[in-house]
Design a protein around this ligand. Structure first.
Ligand code: SF4
Length: 417
């Protein structure tokens, strides 16, 4: 690799690290025609401590940008080294790294060179060359440039496994404040187009086996947390809306890393809100897999997530009138709501209780975190004895028997507005 390419790689991989929406889940592109790679079994995702994914070659095509979004390291007013790959350079890097077993795919984002289409054309060309000239069957995630034309987005979907359009700032007022040149509609339009195309492809596939793949791992987006003063209620409500309205595969949360002296933003040196980011991911999980509505997790009376306890425990403590539940008779959906019981344990409980009433010991064997669950359940030989205790006492019991790696960084949420 030439020194110049190495230098570009350093600059453009470093600039890409702020984008967390790069997990390679959800696709099953198989190797064909003795091509290179596949996205099925064997893809493993490596995450660094702060949640960044490192299993893909994650780079920007360029960190030049015509925009000046205050929260972005690539903004045009930022005095940094700039670089840009050519289309062929990204193709060569991907193939070389894949052959050396360094990566399992490509995550490609970009600053905006001239305009949206000029940049998007290059991103599409890279994916097209990889697929058509190199028969590359590895994972490709392309970042869609806001305001790019539907034709280009359509073409991108034919070659990429996943497409994403980052919302970045969760509310319109926050976006206006920090990126006044950007228009939310430029993000919404391609999301709508993608959702429609994904649905259309699904329908056509039922009729014609030969329907070409279109972004089989769907679309995702990213929200930056803590750059502006949104409450968790605003963030979770926005995420919930985008899941439902645009059938997002994932909404990623990225704690803002202070990089600017701009007084619209948290000062340099302010801690990255990793605990908050983690609690948002847990809330996201509750909505996607546990049947919680957004307003059960956060609402006008409880607009901020607790940082010292997870959102499921927080909900249970606010709803003690629903507990204890009898583990041997309660509905599956209710069992899922017990702190200390995950999806797989809940399924095992429902299956196992058909053969006899379950005791606390049985639950332990199934994998239930009994030190949490016992405050919220009854089961054979065990009558929950804490209903008359105050929730703050139950909380302190639970906290004294469990530790969170995020407690140390459970920093206060910002109030900028
Ligand atoms: S348009 Fe994208 S790359 Fe350009 S400054 Fe804004 S966030 Fe950064």
């Amino acid at each position: 690799m030439s020194d110049r390419i190495k230098e570009k790689l350093e600059i453009l991989a470093d600039a890409a690290k702020y984008d967390v929406s790069c997990s390679s889940s959800g696709s099953n592109r198989k190797n064909k025609d003795q091509g290179l790679g596949n996205t099925g079994a064997g893809i493993c995702h490596t995450y660094t401590e702060d949640g960044r994914c490192v299993s893909l070659l994650k780079i920007l095509l360029t960190n030049h940008c015509i925009y000046d979004c205050a929260y972005c390291v690539s903004r045009k007013s930022n005095d940094i080294k700039r670089a840009a790959f050519t289309v062929q350079e990204v193709v060569d890097l991907t193939i070389n790294f894949y052959r050396r077993n360094y990566i399992e795919g490509l995550f490609l984002s970009s600053g905006i060179f001239k305009d949206a289409d000029y940049t998007m054309e290059r991103l599409v060309l890279i994916a097209k060359k990889l697929r058509q000239e190199h028969n590359f069957n590895g994972y490709i995630h392309l970042k869609t440039i806001p305001a790019a034309s539907p034709e280009l987005i359509h073409e991108a979907g034919l070659y990429a496994d996943r497409l994403s359009i980052n919302l970045e700032i969760p509310t319109d007022s926050g976006l206006k404040l920090l990126a006044p040149e950007k228009n939310r509609q430029d993000m919404i339009r391609p999301m709508t187009y993608l959702k429609d195309q994904l649905m259309k492809t699904r329908e056509e596939k039922k009729l014609f086996k030969t329907t070409p793949k279109f972004a089989p791992a769907g679309q995702s987006t990213q929200l930056i947390i803590g750059a502006s003063g949104e409450s968790d209620q605003q963030i979770i409500t926005a995420a919930n809306y985008f899941y439902k309205k645009f059938q997002m595969k994932r909404v990623y949360y990225s704690g803002y890393v202070p990089i600017s002296y701009d007084n619209r933003l948290p000062a340099i040196g302010t801690a990255v809100p990793t605990a908050r980011e983690n609690r948002l991911y847990q809330s996201d999980w509750l909505m996607r897999f546990y049947g919680f509505n957004a307003n059960e997790i956060v609402n006008d009376n409880h607009p901020l997530l607790d940082l010292d306890i997870d959102p499921k425990l927080s909900w249970a403590l606010r709803n003690m009138d629903r507990f204890p539940i009898d583990i041997n008779t309660a509905d599956y959906q209710l069992i899922l709501r017990v702190p200390g019981i995950g999806v797989s344990s809940a399924q095992k409980i429902v299956a196992a209780r058909r053969f006899g009433a379950l005791s606390l010991d049985n639950l332990k064997k199934i994998g239930v975190a009994v030190n949490r669950a016992k405050y919220f359940i009854r089961c054979k030989g065990f009558l929950q004895i804490y209903t008359d205790k105050r929730t703050d006492i139950i909380k302190s019991y639970i906290l004294s028997t469990s530790t969170s790696k995020y407690v140390g960084s459970a920093n206060q949420q910002l109030q900028l507005f």
